[in-house]
Design a protein around this ligand. Structure first.
Ligand SMILES: [Zn+2]
Length: 477
């Protein structure tokens, strides 16, 4: 029969094709057994981890940060006292709505915008205003509790020096430029970092994101730079070295959610994910994208997991133990890069939690593929802006704390002060500029503005002068 003949011809052709393909695949050995029954050629089995579903944990992974967290959360002592609206006298000229009374026995202590503060002018011609609290009849300076309070150095000099630090100049270089002592500059940095950390904590909360990119970058060991240890020795010490800078960003708004320094360990990965969870709104489960560092999986499960009772396989016998499994809405993909002789030879993607379709759907909203490009761009920026992480390693900043303080400053500077080129929005009407320059057509935006945390570009001076309230304030009506 003709169809059957055709069929056999096709089989022979198929075998020939197989033969040729095998010849190319194994040029030396394929000649021996080409005449096997025609089997469909299966794609090579993928790596086991690609297809195998995650089996779950029998124990919930513990997180050290979660256990300590609630003790350190600043809690208000009660409800804010009622708002005062003064109808007497002329309207107040100076806005005191971002200030609060610091006096410990005052009923209004720590509450912002209650209308109980009056600006008094500049006592003895000083640079700062004096504020008067009508609740406790106390007085305090407008710089109370900020790094600019009670410094002997001129405020402008301090602001410029901090700006130079934030732009990536080292401590010694700043000391040379501003004709000071490196120890003094370090002391400024310590104080400013405290303010910066409090500022970040006050503003970064309830952030809604759809994606988070996580990465860790290696900060040069100072010992390697000075030739004290060989490079091989340094590499064996890398995993234990506390010089990894961890960062997490939202690639859409470019908001730097958290930045920290520490080991390259599970505990640190958990700590970083914990900080991300603190910043995100409750119930917000974004798509996570990381490199292939294996501890991220457990770290994500620590905070985005739940107990699941697996079904019984047989009709009899005890129920299987419940398993700690990822939340069904959790999506997590890894970008695995193979580097040989410092050259990138291969990039693979691996979906760890969720399906590839779901991951692609989240990314398609931005027209993106699975990538970690944005966090890598931020890493480059960190190297440029944080002297202790970049090429110039400062002896005063060898310790983990020195790096942490520079990172705290950079965290605020990046999120609130530096407009991001890709975030700018066109102005409804071009604004003419002074002189002969072309009209201004774009409104610069910082990541914090894109994320809806603030409505303006902050200057470092404003950040340093901002009085961070001691606890979260009620939302403005
Ligand atoms: Zn008071």
């Amino acid at each position: 029969m003709i169809p059957q003949q055709c069929f056999y011809q096709l089989v022979v052709l198929g075998l020939l094709w197989l033969f040729v393909m095998l010849h190319y695949a194994w040029p030396s050995r394929c000649m021996a057994s080409p005449h096997k029954p025609a089997k469909p050629i299966m794609p090579p089995p993928k790596r086991s981890s690609d297809s195998k579903p995650f089996p779950g944990f029998t124990r919930k992974p513990p997180c050290a940060a979660c256990e300590q967290a609630h003790e350190h959360d600043p809690q208000p002592p009660g409800c804010p006292p009622p708002r005062k609206v003064s109808t007497r006298g002329r309207p107040r000229q100076v806005d005191t709505s971002s200030h609060f009374c610091p006096h410990p026995h005052c009923a209004s202590r720590g509450w912002v915008g209650l209308g109980h503060l009056r600006a008094n002018g500049h006592p003895s011609g000083g640079p700062w205003r004096q504020l008067h609290c009508t609740s406790c009849d106390g007085y305090f300076q407008e710089t109370h509790g900020t790094p600019l309070h009670g410094t002997r150095v001129a405020p402008e000099k301090l602001v410029w020096a901090v700006g130079a630090l934030a732009e990536g100049l080292g401590i010694r270089a700043v000391a040379r430029v501003f004709e000071g002592d490196p120890t003094t500059v370090l002391a400024w940095l310590v104080e400013v970092a405290e303010q910066a950390a409090a500022f970040s904590q006050y503003f970064l909360h309830d952030v809604r994101v759809t994606q988070v990119q996580l990465d860790e970058l290696f900060a040069l060991l100072s010992a390697v730079k000075t030739g004290e240890v060989s490079e091989a020795e340094a590499i064996t010490r890398l995993s234990r070295s506390p010089h990894w800078v961890w960062a997490a960003i939202d690639p859409v708004t470019k908001l730097l959610l958290t930045i920290d320094v520490g080991d390259r360990t599970l505990a640190m990965a958990q700590g970083v994910v914990h900080q991300v969870v603190q910043v995100l709104a409750p119930g917000c489960v974004p798509l996570f994208l990381t490199d292939g560092f294996k501890e991220y999986t457990t770290a994500l499960l620590t905070h985005y997991g739940q107990w699941v009772q697996p079904p019984r396989r047989q009709s009899k016998g005890p129920m299987p133990k419940p398993r700690w499994m990822p939340l069904p809405q959790l999506l997590y993909a890894q970008v695995l890069k193979t580097v040989r002789r410092r050259r990138l030879v291969r990039v693979r993607h691996r979906v760890v939690f969720g399906t590839l379709e779901a991951v692609q759907q989240v990314l398609a909203a931005c027209g993106w593929q699975i990538n970690t490009a944005f966090i890598e761009r931020v890493n480059l920026s960190i190297r440029q802006h944080v002297a202790a992480v970049g090429r110039r390693v400062i002896t005063l900043c060898k310790g983990e704390d020195g790096v942490r303080q520079q990172l705290a400053l950079y965290h605020v500077y990046y999120n609130f002060c530096l407009p991001h080129a890709s975030l700018r929005v066109p102005l409804p009407q071009p604004l003419p500029t002074n002189g002969t320059g072309s009209a201004k057509t774009w409104r610069p935006r910082t990541p914090a503005m894109a994320a809806g945390l603030t409505d303006r570009v902050w200057t470092l001076r404003e950040v340093l002068l901002f009085r961070v309230p001691p606890w979260p304030q009620p939302a403005e009506v």
